[in-house]
Design a protein around this ligand. Structure first.
Ligand code: GLN
Ligand code: ZN
Length: 761
């Protein structure tokens, strides 16, 4: 039996973020469309060359995108929202949907006025964001040019036979938002378009296509199942063979349904759901080509190849199989070989996209020619795995002992809400409708430049420190002048709310070039959590102490919570996520207690990413929420009654997780409500949320400065749902992305709004 290797998609951004820089230059008018296309074409060709040289038999095409593959699909189907109707140029239209346009400068001087971009949201449970397809009543689909055919031809002309990748019709319809229309009403029109594309591809010489239907790992309703049946009955009639790709989880109840769709191949994720292999082998007809996603496409760990072979060899003995990463490699950095300065021991545990391709090549050879054909590669992988199991860099007995010693009492505040509120009121002496901000103040070009120069060694520690102190002092003075009640130090010393802490905790590594696409041209470099976590020394106490020394008003201590640190990192795969989270919780708890001991009266623990860690399937939510809340409480609950615990969350969908938000047992929560006009407060009211809430009254995501009257009106709306003494007045997120000349008038108006509210309650 033969084993072949596939990749479902390769990172688009380029090994050195070439696509990002090319896009930004094009958008700013420094380069032409031809320049951008040349870079893009170079990146595609380099990716094919690299994968082919690495031993990939099934090269993907159309996995590349100038911005986003879901947007590409919407354009392919001609699902263009009416507001862009005046834009006739295809490239201009594409970027208008992706980024919006500003009146007077849309790049081409045509002046379409200001158009909002399509909404963006997270792709399943990843940190990649896609542009949400928009459908309205009476929507006509006016298909655009099929980029997929062009990309296939481009590859072929360059000497590469590829398997084009298409986002599946049912996943696209599931992700679409309909206004006055059920997206599934368009199923037949959409399927006609897919069938036409497949026919075009067949005419161009395509033998196989990969169609991605990650919805198959979700709980499907009847409508989705019917749509899948209908879709693949129709598409299977075309003369190209379909490899139906599922990923990000187990097929679960959909397993035999998926295995019996009339497609030629099925890809499954055996990293997230190894247990589905046996049932799949039972359910799959002999004629179905199985593609086994055995290498982790979502994480950066090197695989233990011999252990994988133990599992795959028996399968490969009975049928032809494809082996592949679990999902597209879009979610991991490109090449570990470009890293400088990572610890050598840590490096040998890692594999980025290029290394994952190499791992697949070794597996293929071992399966086709026997393990003895690749003894060295298997030995190295086994040794790295063994080293990881025992390395003192990872396993810290002191951390394990602390985890074992953590008691239920450590998760409980000493008293309930009423007693705490009274104790805190005595210490803090705040007015009704207290005003505060979420933590960061503008990270100006000057601040970023000083950080970069310090990083390069051009500014020494003392000079950098003096610069940051001056920024902090100025910000404290300004907050006092403007009349805020609870101050913050401004977070000028922080590059990022997770990285700052990761760099100061043991157990985290940072790459120099491990970029992963977040959306469009935006990339992030997630920390790599590889070992047991502890906090060697206080991380924020000196900044807090300095800021508090400058004022009599209370200054909040400012920390990032354990769940958010976990959710924004590449995390260990050798223990459950919750075990890693609990270690981070204990480390941040140390910081909470040190802040309190230094005299801090209010400590904010941000959990910006708590909601986005929710598992894909609802049945798994409660387990996640339970350990996430437990970790938060372990972090926060050690303080005295008089110490006020705040948290901040960057979103506004709480209604389905309110009991868990309540169980976090904070004293004050600030949330993002400015755009949803306080709607969600109804939920808090219905749930009888006991503590204080700062519903964001200033939408910091737009440059616009809100008026005092607007903010008064928002708090009045909030008062319809909550008791006045429950309410705080604050912006809806940190101010780091704004400019001082936007922030100053906005916060001044916010303070004025609070005064108005106090005067006329
Ligand atoms: N304290 C952080 C800030 O103000 C919170 C940011 C966030 O929640 N994303 O920037
Ligand atoms: Zn926020």
């Amino acid at each position: 039996m033969t084993v072949t290797v596939a990749t479902l998609g390769f990172p688009r951004i380029g090994p050195r973020r070439e696509l990002k820089f090319a896009l930004e230059k094009y958008w700013s008018g420094q380069t032409s469309l031809a320049d951008l296309q040349e870079t893009a074409s170079g990146l595609r060709t380099a990716a094919w060359a690299r994968q082919q040289a690495g031993g990939v038999d099934w090269l993907p095409s159309n996995d590349f995108s100038l911005y986003d593959h879901v947007l590409d699909t919407s354009v392919m189907l001609g699902a263009i929202p009416a507001r862009y109707a005046a834009i006739t140029d295809a490239t201009e239209l594409y970027f208008a949907m992706a980024r919006g346009t500003t009146a007077g400068e849309d790049g081409c001087g045509h002046g379409h006025g200001s158009l909002t971009a399509c909404e963006m949201t997270k792709w399943f449970d990843t940190n990649y964001h896609y542009l949400v397809p928009e459908l309205t009543a009476g929507q006509r689909l006016t298909p655009g040019r099929a980029k997929i055919v062009d990309d296939y031809r481009e590859a072929k002309a360059a000497g590469y036979e590829t398997r084009p990748v298409l986002l599946g019709p049912v996943t696209w319809l599931t992700l679409a938002k309909g206004r006055g229309i059920d997206p599934f009403d368009l199923l037949d029109t959409v399927l006609d378009r897919y069938a036409a594309i497949l026919a075009e591809l067949a005419a161009a010489g395509v033998e196989w296509v990969q169609i991605d239907e990650p919805v198959l790992v979700l709980d499907l309703d009847e409508r989705q199942r019917r749509a899948l049946t209908r879709a693949y009955a129709k598409l299977a009639r075309q003369s190209v063979k379909i490899m139906l790709a599922t990923y990000f989880g187990s097929l679960g109840d959909n397993l035999s349904f998926a295995a019996n769709l009339p497609v030629a191949g099925l890809h499954v994720d055996l990293v997230r759901a190894p247990e589905q292999l046996q049932p799949l082998l039972q359910a799959a007809p002999k004629s179905l080509l199985l593609s086994l996603g055995v290498i982790d496409g979502r994480n950066v760990w090197r695989a233990d190849l011999a252990a994988l072979l133990d599992r795959i060899e028996p399968v490969a003995a009975t049928r032809d199989i494809v082996i592949a990463p679990s999902c597209s490699l879009l979610h991991v950095p490109v090449d570990l070989a470009l890293e400088r300065g990572l610890d050598r021991e840590v490096t040998q545990w890692l594999a980025f996209a290029a290394q994952k391709v190499a791992e697949l090549a070794v597996l293929k050879r071992a399966l086709n020619e026997g393990r003895e054909s690749v003894p060295d590669a298997l030995e190295l992988a086994s040794r790295a795995a063994a080293n990881r199991r025992t390395s003192p860099l990872i396993h810290d007995p002191a951390v394990a002992a602390r985890i074992d010693a953590a008691t239920p009492a450590m998760r409980e505040r000493r008293s309930g809400h009423a007693a705490r509120t009274a104790a805190q009121a005595g210490v803090l002496g705040l007015p009704p409708f207290p005003t505060t901000t979420i933590g960061s103040f503008p990270q100006t070009a000057e601040v970023r430049k000083a950080r970069a120069e310090h990083g390069r060694g051009n500014i020494d520690d003392a000079a950098y420190d003096a610069f940051l102190r001056e920024e902090t002092a100025r910000t404290i003075r300004w907050q006092e002048e403007i009349g805020l009640d609870m101050l913050v130090h401004g977070e000028f010393e922080r590059n990022d709310m997770v990285q700052y802490f990761g760099e100061r905790l043991s157990g985290f590594a940072f790459t120099t070039g491990g970029w992963v696409q977040s959306y469009g041209s935006r990339c992030v470099r997630p920390p790599i959590l590889y070992g047991d976590v502890s906090r060697p020394a206080p991380m924020t106490v000196e900044w807090w102490r300095y800021a508090q020394s400058l004022t009599d008003k209370p200054v909040k201590g400012m920390l990032t919570g354990p769940v958010t640190i976990l959710n924004w990192s590449f995390v260990r795969d050798d223990q459950p996520r919750e075990a890693s989270c609990r270690q981070i919780a204990l480390a941040i708890r140390d910081e909470v207690l040190d802040l309190e001991a230094a005299g801090c009266k209010a400590i904010q623990i941000d959990e910006a990413a708590l909601r986005e860690g929710l598992p894909l399937n609802r049945r798994d939510w409660q387990h996640y929420l339970d350990w996430a809340v437990d970790c938060f409480r372990l972090t926060a609950a050690g303080v005295a009654d008089a110490t006020q615990i705040h948290t901040h969350m960057c979103y506004s969908e709480f209604n389905d997780i309110l009991p868990s938000i309540g169980a976090m047992d904070t004293d004050v929560i600030s949330i993002e409500t400015a755009r949803s006009q306080m709607e969600l407060l109804e939920g808090f009211a219905r749930y009888r949320y006991p503590s204080a809430i700062g519903p964001g009254v200033y939408d910091i995501h737009a440059p616009r400065v809100p008026t005092e009257a607007e903010m008064v009106a928002l708090v009045r709306l909030a008062q319809q749902h909550l008791r006045p003494e429950q309410l705080w007045v604050n912006p809806d997120c940190g101010l780091k992305t704004r400019k001082w000349d936007e922030v100053k008038p906005a916060i001044a108006a916010m303070v004025a709004a609070a005064r108005t509210l106090r005067a006329t309650p």
